[in-house]
Design a protein around this ligand. Sequence first.
Ligand SMILES: [Zn+2]
Length: 376
Amino acid sequence: MILLAAALPAPVLAQRATVKIKVDASRASTRVVLTHSSTVSYQVRETDGRLEVVYATPMRAEPAQSLLDDDILARFEMRGETVLALFTGAAYRSYETFELRNPFRLVIDLEGSRDAGGAGAVDLPQTRRDPSRKIIVIDPGHGGVEKGASGPTGLEEKEVALDLAKRLSQILHNKPGLAVVLTREDDRLVGLDERTAIANYNQADLFLSIHINSSSRPGASGAETYFLSSDATDDAARTLAALENRAAGVTDGSFVTVQGERRDLEVVLWDLAQNQYLAESSVLAENVQIQLNQLTGTRDRGVRQAPFRVLMGATMPAILVEVGFISNHDEEARLRTPAYRNSIAQAMATAVNAFLVDLERLSRPALSGGSGASRP
Ligand SMILES: [Zn+2]
């Protein structure tokens, strides 16, 4: 996450509520998070080249102003005591807002085409690109110094995940009207946020993260497919998400309390980006799980939900597949063979193709802009 707003000193005025302003421009859209010291009344309005958050009572902003290196949001400043003005850039198109409680936050997502107008910029589509052409982003887990899990005889998750991703990519490439993007094509470390950012940037129709499971129980076997939820299906799902998240060095320091439980602030925030795709993600997860069950012939470990950091912020159906247990002696031996790797890739390709057919039948949410006026 890139926080562009530098903290500038502001005068201390005891009576006023304060708003802390954070801007994240590391994704396809620019997200402004306004964290308030208390619940406040406000309205959002759009006027000539800027969005204004108009507060009902005086507000102290931290920082009071900031110049940003971003084509969607150029700068912001507090005007007078009650108006926060967000000056949009050439790439800005529309906005959406939502609120979060405890603490009271207003989140403003500024949609746009980040490269519009830039020198040598890629000509990005202004609206969603040709829907008949599908883009699949395949994400091989881990990489570089981060090896992921390893088997009893030393097979490494990062190597198997990359090889499976390449095999799956090759199968899908042969299908007309389909484009495949890999988040990494060699043995290197890619940040979790960067992985979904690649998918968002490419306006992918589907994000599929490939991993290999590990258990302290040597007999554990079979595939598991996950989609995002801040509530894990069970303790095992929660533990797995924690392991995958920790492996990538996810540490944020900010927490919120939801129903008495401490949660990572970003879990709650980015979870909302996936919310509108949960139905599609669960259909995709079911498809993959069915295929992998048929392949492995093992009992159904099932589709599960867990707060995987890599799925957060993806603005398309997104799943994480644990194709088998590298910790299981037999599964590790099978995972070493090209034949077994091919069958796993084939099973996932069959599931993806089935999902793309399903996708045509599922209604897609449309991006709406300019409807952000709100008064809590
Ligand atoms: Zn993993």
